[in-house]
Structures are given as structure tokens and as C-alpha cells.
Design a protein around this ligand. Sequence first.
Ligand code: CUA
Length: 336
Amino acid sequence: MRRGSIVRMVAIGVVVAVLVTLVATLIQWLPTSASEEMDRITFVYWFATVICIAIFALVAAVIVYSVQTFRVQPDDDSDGPPIHGHTGLEIVWTVIPAMLVIAIGIVSAIVLARNGEAGTNPLKVKVFAQQFAWRFEYPDQDNLRSGQLYLPLGRKVRLELEAADVLHSFWVPDFGQKQDLVPGITTKLVITPKRIGTYRLICTELCGLGHATMRSTVHVLTPGEWDTWVQEQQSGTGEGGGAQGAGLFASQGCGGCHAFAPAGTDAQVGPALDNLAEVAKNAGEDPAAYVKESIVEPNKVVASGYQAGVMPQNYGQTLSEEQIDALVKYLTESKE
Ligand code: CUA
């Protein structure tokens, strides 16, 4: 091969590599990492991407050069010269890709193993999913319950995930990992938050009519703030503590779907709960009985403009009579 040809092929390869590198780096394809696990995953991502860019540039250079150089003339109907393969070339294009794929496999396996290590003293959090709500429990914090996930910065968190009904999937894009929740088995996920902030938790497995509404929020706090949050919840002064209505409203995740001014929530998945007493009176019902029925049998009367089957149907079983009464009292009597 002439020297000029090689220079031209290399030039084409460099141009293609630069263009593809710009596409890879100038566009932010992934969220900014908020966990140590995502940092490792991002490393694998770039490790594979750099290899892909090099291979793509090489292939593109050979193709573009060949199309330009070996293009037949319009009046040339002759066959091309017979080619019987090239053993040296075949060995090269088999061995090098094999080594690259093995390298990606080794790096991925190391990252996967390290991302699964929860260490000796992780914070344990149980994650419960059901159509269409998330709930969290902290077994080492007196089984503290919450409708949103609160995590301290920098400590390994070991999530144990359970689904009550169908497949769901836990996904916080900023943490970079997904984990399915499967009825009948407990799945696990390790997260080490490294950035203070508030993040979206999304169910990423089609689980029914309300799938798109099955969301919650993750709060990463400093360890001190997190301790304070735990103490507030345990003493019942916080929004998620105790058997009081306000605490139940928060810990059961009601605010994830309903607007309710006294609780400061403004979600619009389900009907707003601000004028329940009035609504009941207009319908000629006793407010307390009306609200209780809506909690225990949400499909019996569905507010117009909303669909049946979106609200969890099992609060009658998961909440005690006393808790339901507290919630009803809170919903019918609270003023902003
Ligand atoms: Cu739960 Cu989709």
C-alpha cells in the first residue's frame, strides 16, 4: 500500500473519531452521578465507549477510503480479482476484538462485585412496592416508616426490596442503578449517596394502570440532618411519626398522589383532599363515614375525572382501625 493511501485513511479515521467523541462528550447523556456506585458504572461506560469510538473510527476509515478508491468506472462490467482471504488479517481482527470484549467483561465484573458490597455496617432500609405506591421502613430505627426515602450522605445503604402484588422496579436515575421488585422474593441493592439533594424515584416496570404515577422522592441529607430527621419521626414531632393522622398521611405516602393543604402537598394523581367535609355534605353523607369508605374501599365511589384501581386497595388490611380513624380525623378536621 502506498504511503499516501495510509495517510489518507488515518486522516479519515481521525476526523471520524473527533466527530464521534464530540457527540459523546458535548451532549450530557447521563444524569450527574449522586452515588459512588454510579461513578463506577460511569467508568465502565467510558471504558467501553472509548473502545467503541476507536473501532468505529477504524471501520469508518477503511469503508470511506475503499468506497472512494475502489469505486468501479461506469463502463466497467468486469468481475473483480478473486480473493482467497488473508490469514494474518483474520487473526488480527479476531484476537484484538476478543481481547477488548474480555477486558470489558473483566472491568464490568469487578464493578458489579464492588457495587454489591454493603460493607460491615450498612444502613438497612426495607422498600415495599405495591400498586401504585412506595413505602420505606428502617428496621434499625425502631421500624420507622416513611413514604419518602431519606438517606444520610456517604454511608452505604442496603435496600431490601419487596413487592406486594406484581413486578415493580426501583430506579433513581441519579444513583445509576435499577433493581426489580419481585413478588415472593426479596431483592437487594446497595447505594452510597455522595451528593446532598432531592432526587426522583421512579417505578420503571409497567405494573398497571397507575404505573406512570408510581413515584416517590429520595432525600440525601448530611448525617447530622438525617439523625435529626430520625429523632423527629420517632418522637412523633415530624411529619412521618406516630400514629397521628398527619404522621400516617406522610408515612403512607398519601401526599405522593393527593393535594392536601394542611400537609403541604400538591400532587394531582388523585383528587385533592382539601374540601372533603364539604364534598361529603353535598353528597348527603356523613363526612367521617365517607372518608373512611374512600380509604378502605377506594373503588366504591371514584371521583369524576379519576380512574378506579389506581389507589391501593388494601389500606383496610395494612392499617389498624385506630390508624384509619386518626387519618379520617386528620382529613376531615385539619385546617391549613
Ligand atoms: Cu410499579 Cu410501575
